[in-house]
Design a protein around this ligand. Structure first.
Ligand code: PLP
Length: 384
């Protein structure tokens, strides 16, 4: 399994990063649950917080293969991956440029914590490359992007950002959660570090909380050095579950993307729908850019109902689609970002990012779209 590049995506998902069961020859990875290993006679002292138990190490190989990088690391949550990566590259007196539209938790982490570390930050005014350039300062060390973004599915030009950053010796990081490595491999566009809430598509069944980071050996070593101090590792049971989930990543994400495109087209012409935000719709402002960067457009979208239709009542009327937190499970879910992912942002900040109170985020699952459409129809009919 040395040359992973020769394998197709489903083979990578299924076989790379398996822990071989040398003792019983089982067909799947055994779990090594030990938190204590011999300290003598082993190259690296194994301890779960050092991210180097057998299951942890092997899972990282699968994630690195998916992101086409040299190395990867896994964490106890997406936020542990985000915070550890940023803190690994930023010190007192450094500056980071972040894109304007970001997952609410990342935004909160920056505005609530960075000042106490003496780290300076700026958010771009828009996603245009000119606006990224404008925010760069002499002490800028990192540019951080998220594309497609949560919850409005904005698209950032990865190639333009990486070119700008490289010209100034700045490291680039992307939150690649929404696309997953199936729909987008940012390293192809020059991005250095890929971050995931593995709680989402990588896990895919709404039962794992995890994070992942992929990049070069040099970059991952830097993140490891911070990670071992912060201690945001993942338990081996969750590691094992994540490895199992990743075997079906391509199958799930492809189906979710296909379903989402159908659902976006249906919602876009619905008389009770005001607007749909999905990069796969030709009317989306960045459709062409999304097409260039993404293989499929993903399973996530947002939409607004027409004025006077209560978004909360609509979601509570749904019978099949679950009005629930988080995203990317095989089951379809909806939520109001103002009450969940972006609840901690002030109304002014939400308005700046274009997140309206009536916005509904739709995570499309693997069900039959005709059943999802029927569910939406009956939920809307009750509001007439
Ligand atoms: N990044 C994005 C785009 C997310 O949507 C989330 C969570 O919703 C996170 C990061 C944080 O991940 P976690 O909940 O696994 O900490």
């Amino acid at each position: 399994m040395k040359d992973v590049n020769k394998f197709g995506i489903n083979t990578i998902c299924t076989h790379i990063g398996e822990v071989k069961d040398e003792q019983f020859k089982g067909a799947i990875s055994p779990i090594y649950m030990a938190t204590s290993y011999a300290f003598d006679g082993v190259d690296v002292k194994r301890y779960p917080r050092y991210f180097n138990t057998p299951n942890q190490e092997m899972l990282c190989k699968k994630i690195a293969a998916l992101e086409k990088t040299e190395n990867a690391m896994i964490f106890g949550s997406g936020m542990a991956a985000v915070s550890t990566s940023l803190l690994a590259f930023l010190q007192k007196g450094d500056h980071v440029v972040l894109q304007q539209t970001l997952y609410g938790g990342t935004y909160n982490f920056v505005v609530e914590e960075f000042e106490k570390f003496g780290i300076e930050y700026s958010f771009t005014k828009s996603l245009s490359i000119k606006d990224f350039e404008e925010e760069i300062q002499k002490n800028t060390k990192v540019i951080y992007i998220e594309t497609p973004s949560n919850p409005l599915l904005t698209i950032t030009d990865m190639k333009a950002v990486s070119k700008l950053a490289a010209s100034k010796g700045i490291v680039t990081m992307i939150d690649n959660t929404f696309a997953s490595p199936i729909n987008q491999t940012p390293i192809d566009f020059g991005i250095d570090i890929m971050i995931h809430s593995a709680t989402k598509y990588m896990g895919g069944h709404s039962d794992i909380l995890a994070g992942a980071v992929a990049g070069s050996n040099e970059h991952i070593e830097k993140i490891f050095n911070m990670g071992k101090n912060l201690g945001g590792n993942l338990s081996d049971l969750m590691v094992w579950m994540l490895e199992r989930s990743l075997k079906t990543l391509n199958l799930r994400v492809k189906r979710q993307s296909k379903n989402a495109l159908k659902m976006a087209k249906y919602l876009a012409v619905h008389p009770q729908v005001y607007q749909v935000y999905y990069p796969g719709l030709k009317g989306h402002a960045d459709y062409k850019l999304a097409k260039k960067q993404m293989k499929n457009f993903g399973g996530m979208m947002s939409f607004e109902l027409k004025e006077g239709i209560d978004a909360l009542k609509f979601q509570n009327n749904l019978k099949l689609i679950k009005p629930s937190m988080s995203l990317a499970g095989v089951e379809s879910t909806m939520l109001s970002p103002t009450q969940t992912s972006h609840a901690l942002l002030s109304p002014e900040e939400r308005a700046k990012q274009g997140i309206k109170d009536g916005l509904i985020r739709f995570s499309v699952g693997i069900e039959e779209t005709k059943d999802l459409i029927k569910d939406i129809e009956q939920a809307l009919a009750k509001l007439k």
